[in-house]
Ligand binder design. Structure first.
Ligand code: 5GP
Length: 194
């Protein structure tokens, strides 16, 4: 997605060879126009899949997921990372190691928001080693629902998340794929178009 790649080039900050900061449009301040375009892109990629629900994780997955939900006309559920007084009964959970915080945490979705008839599109902001996406897939499967696809805004293709998700046999679509962050520079994967 060219608009997203240009934004990453113009506003992204390479913090290390493994971490990209995009706080001006995705992870802190949010660019609604860009998020709408991201939602439209996910919607056009997955519209033939019969999506009934989108599942994401707080907090940075919510903006792109809501825009995709708006365009696909389906509700959006986000997994909580923190315990909440209102999130008490019948929880589906997964243990996720956070790439950015370097800690293990339990993510949770109330079972009442997923049913075995659901055909779920999982969306997240970044794909690094695939832990967050795999945790979400596990929760959807615990509910007896099906995952029809995974939509990622920014994939760091030099880490092993993409391979792990491909091994699950689930369709993965990433809107920007980064080959390297070496030398303080973002290099995108050269994708061969058929
Ligand atoms: P994974 O679970 O695939 O290892 O990492 C994905 C999660 O870690 C995403 O939900 C995202 O919040 C965070 N993350 C991973 N890599 C980066 C990065 O380079 N920059 C930012 N801002 N977040 C990242």
């Amino acid at each position: 997605m060219e608009q997203l790649k240009r934004k990453i080039e113009e506003e992204g900050t390479v913090l290390s060879e493994e971490v990209l900061k995009v706080d001006s449009f995705l992870n802190h301040q949010i660019d609604p126009e860009l998020m709408l375009a991201v939602g439209e892109e996910f919607s056009s990629l997955f519209q033939g899949e019969g999506v009934t629900k989108i599942v994401t994780i707080e907090s940075s997955g919510i903006a792109p997921a809501v825009m995709a939900g708006l365009k696909l006309g389906v509700p959006v559920v986000f997994a909580r990372k923190r315990q909440s007084l209102t999130l008490t009964d019948n929880l589906l959970t997964a243990s996720v190691y956070s790439f950015t915080k370097k800690t293990e945490s339990t993510i949770a979705i109330s079972a009442g928001h997923l049913s075995e008839d659901d055909n779920v599109l999982v969306i997240d902001d970044f794909l690094a080693n695939g832990q967050a996406a795999k945790g979400l897939v596990s929760i959807v499967e615990q509910a007896g629902a099906k995952v029809c696809g995974i939509g990622i805004v920014i994939e760091k293709s030099f880490q092993h998340g993409r391979k792990e998700l491909d091994e699950l046999g689930i369709r993965v679509e990433s809107l920007a794929r980064i080959a390297s962050l070496k030398g303080g520079k973002v290099t995108f994967l050269q994708e061969v178009r058929s």
